[in-house]
Design a protein around this ligand. Structure first.
Ligand SMILES: *[C@@H]1O[C@H](CO)[C@@H](O)[C@H](O)[C@H]1NC(C)=O
Length: 275
């Protein structure tokens, strides 16, 4: 068999695996929760948009809750001068001791890069920020942002490249999200008091409304048996670890683990390699 036909076969096997997982529909899977008529669903449920103007932002949330899983969504962020806008895309449980896994996209003036801000809350406590630049302009095209949440770890991915891994450090006493189911949330809102260069750059309301788009929502939850083999591989493989190191070396701009001013007595336990 030639390389081309082998590649085709592998491709077919792979696409049937993808097809076997759940492909979402925004009407069925999400509720538009705030912002009046600013959030919109189009194309029979295949496309969703959020918008922000001087009066209000907008948001949506999943109807279902998830306890572990892989969640994929494609986002196309506010283009042009998006300074002061924040597009938050996250999973969260409820209540004062909630767990949360966050992607937040901080807009910028035209030509300057977005910042991707990430955080993990356990038992109501966050303070675990890592920030990145992206290796593309996230407002030009759709890109896939994913969360893999397993009992062993949480992995953040951008176009399937892992950018952050938060390991379960229960052994050294760090709480890990493992019992509270989470919903998926997204919102587009104004945060020009802090978002762009620490609040120095204000939102240009003459460019409003600001709009972000969502498509291709997909969930593999721990119960979907057709993807069990993928689900059961626990660790990142060697190429994924290499790509994670590449992102952390060239694109990470802030890491709480190395912020000695904040943690003068040493980095939090989950930052250490030795468990
Ligand atoms: C915006 O661009 C400036 C200049 O390149 C950069 O320092 C900053 O991190 C960017 N992002 C935000 C959210 O301010």
């Amino acid at each position: 068999m030639g390389i081309a036909s082998l590649a085709l076969l592998v491709g077919l096997a792979f696409s049937s695996l993808i097809a076997a997982t759940y492909a979402g529909n925004f009407y069925q899977d999400f509720d538009l929760t705030w912002g009046g008529n600013r959030p919109k669903i189009f194309k029979g449920g295949q496309l969703l948009s959020l918008s922000l103007d001087i009066v209000s932002g907008s948001g949506f949330q999943s109807k279902k809750e998830y306890l572990f899983g892989r969640i994929d969504m494609q986002l196309k962020l506010v283009p042009g001068n998006s300074a002061g806008t924040v597009t938050a895309y996250y999973m969260s449980s409820q209540g004062p001791t909630h767990d949360e896994i966050d992607f937040e996209f901080l807009g910028n003036v035209s030509g300057d890069p977005y910042v991707l801000h990430t955080n993990v809350f356990t038992q109501g406590k966050g303070n675990r920020e890592q920030q990145f630049y992206l290796w593309f302009d996230p407002s030009k095209n759709f890109h896939t942002y994913s969360i893999i949440w397993k009992p062993q770890h949480i992995i953040f991915l951008v176009d399937n490249t892992p950018i952050r891994a938060f390991k379960n450090a229960g052994k050294v006493g760090v709480p890990f999200p493992k019992s509270q189911p989470m919903r998926i949330y997204s919102s587009l809102w104004n945060a020009d008091d802090w978002a762009t260069r620490g609040g120095l750059v204000k939102t240009d309301w003459s460019k409003a409304p600001f709009t972000a788009y969502y498509r291709n929502f997909n969930v593999i939850d721990s119960k979907s048996s057709n993807s069990l083999s993928e689900w059961q591989t626990n660790e990142l493989d060697a190429p994924s670890r290499r790509r994670l190191r590449w992102v952390q070396k060239y694109f990470m701009i802030y890491n709480y683990c190395t912020d000695l001013k904040r943690f003068p007595r040493g980095a939090p336990a989950e930052c250490r390699r030795s468990f």
